[in-house]
Design a binder for this molecule. Sequence first.
Ligand code: CUA
Length: 156
Amino acid sequence: MHLHKYEKIWLIFGIGILFVFLGVVGVGAFAMGHQPASSIKTIDPEKVAETAPFDNPGLVHIEGNKYELNLVAEGFAYTPNTIQIPKDAVVTINVATKDVVHGFSIAGTNVNMMVEPGYVSSYTQTFSKTGEFLVLCNEYCGAGHHLMTAKVEVTE
Ligand code: CUA
């Protein structure tokens, strides 16, 4: 079989890129331990209200400046709806939904999660700026989607 010179170059380039891609994905997955974020913690979506810590949602002090914030999302509200957080707190946010897919994003921060039925979405954020932050649902979840908000108050 005769291959044109440019065909050979493209073939080598294509195969090379494939191995670079597999290398990047492989190093990320096996050496650095990157995993899909949403499949770590699961929850029975029918029993969110009875499952700890979502049976008693809110901010929990762990130690020092470490906190845990557990929230329940459902059409079309978050529980709790107003959250007070002390400045410089390192907060691990856990959100579970009782019904459909919702979003959980805090405007002006890196917090932006999709909340899927059956899974607990978690993200750790340091709140180093005081003020009021708007929490928004950014996944269309029904007729009241645009009303689905909450408030985070970071105080001294
Ligand atoms: Cu919940 Cu949109």
